[in-house]
Design a protein around this ligand. Structure first.
Ligand code: ZN
Length: 280
């Protein structure tokens, strides 16, 4: 292709906020030129440049809000922004990002087992197995309207995925801070209402009903027990419980000092407890 012809296929692109995390350094937070191949949809163009579509909330082409299927042509200027990013959207606002579910439910990739434990600790319905296949994750996310959390961009870019997020941090407690912020979870937490090993909803259990399932002395010292109806594990407040409460308190304190933004600045948290063995 000759140089003038290439120039005639050029568009300009600008990504905002956390979408820059998916770009090479020289394209972050600047308007850059891109030469179109054909007339891709806005969605295909954005994904070919890096960001997965579930993280995109607003697309503007030449200042007009468009949807994912908008065809890109030479000379256009595209702006893409993530949720919670203060980009001016002309009225009527057309957001490509779906509204947040009232009570988000999650399905997590195999590598995020400890994050799954944390989300269950906060009471969120969280599916996780150490053998989920990519297509299974995408199908469950789509069929059950669950937010898929994965550090595999290939999963997030599958067309059936609508709700999804790529945790930037690799440390589980930092991933938790990101996810709580991204999905505005602080006010929706119900800590210690769900079984961390299996995701079952915990029920109150009478001491006499569980005394054969707890270590000697525990049934006498405690009056407050919970049991998982699915795996039958028994839980009671212990030192482990106190460490988890400290994590919950830290998340609530953080919410008061910093409103939701498009991406958490990863801050180092104290080392989290390993998600749950019964009762410890
Ligand atoms: Zn259970």
């Amino acid at each position: 292709m000759s140089e003038p012809a290439e120039a005639s296929r050029a568009i300009t692109v600008r990504f905002h906020g956390a979408l820059n995390d998916f770009l090479p350094a020289e394209r972050r937070d600047v308007t850059f030129t891109h030469v179109l191949q054909g007339s891709p949809s806005a969605k295909d163009l954005i994904e070919s440049l890096g960001p997965p579509h579930p993280e995109v909330d607003v697309i503007l082409v030449n200042g007009v809000a468009v949807n994912f299927s908008h065809r890109m042509e030479a000379g256009m200027h595209l702006i893409a922004a993530p949720a919670f990013h203060p980009v001016e959207v002309p009225e009527p606002a057309l957001r490509v990002g779906p509204p947040l579910p009232d009570l988000p439910r999650f399905v997590l990739d195999v590598g995020l087992g400890r994050l799954a434990g944390f989300l269950r600790m906060l009471g969120f319905d969280t599916l996780w197995r150490n053998d989920f296949e990519d297509d299974e994750l995408a199908r469950i996310s789509h069929d059950e309207s669950r937010v898929v959390l994965t550090r595999d961009l290939g999963v997030l870019k599958r067309s059936e995925v609508v709700l999804g997020y790529f945790p930037r941090a690799t440390e589980p407690s930092e991933q938790l801070v990101e996810v709580v912020r991204r999905f505005a979870l602080t006010s929706r937490m119900h800590p210690f209402s769900r079984c961390i090993p299996c995701n079952g909803p915990l029920a109150i259990a009478e001491p006499h009903a569980v005394k054969d399932q707890v270590p000697e002395g525990v049934a006498e010292r405690h009056t407050c027990f919970q049991q998982c109806p699915d795996c039958r594990r028994v839980f009671w407040p212990g030192t482990h419980h106190q460490r988890m409460e400290a994590i919950v308190d830290a998340l609530r304190a953080r919410e008061q000092t910093s409103p939701p933004r498009d991406l958490a600045e990863p801050t180092r948290e104290p080392e989290p407890p390993a998600p749950a063995r019964p009762g410890t």
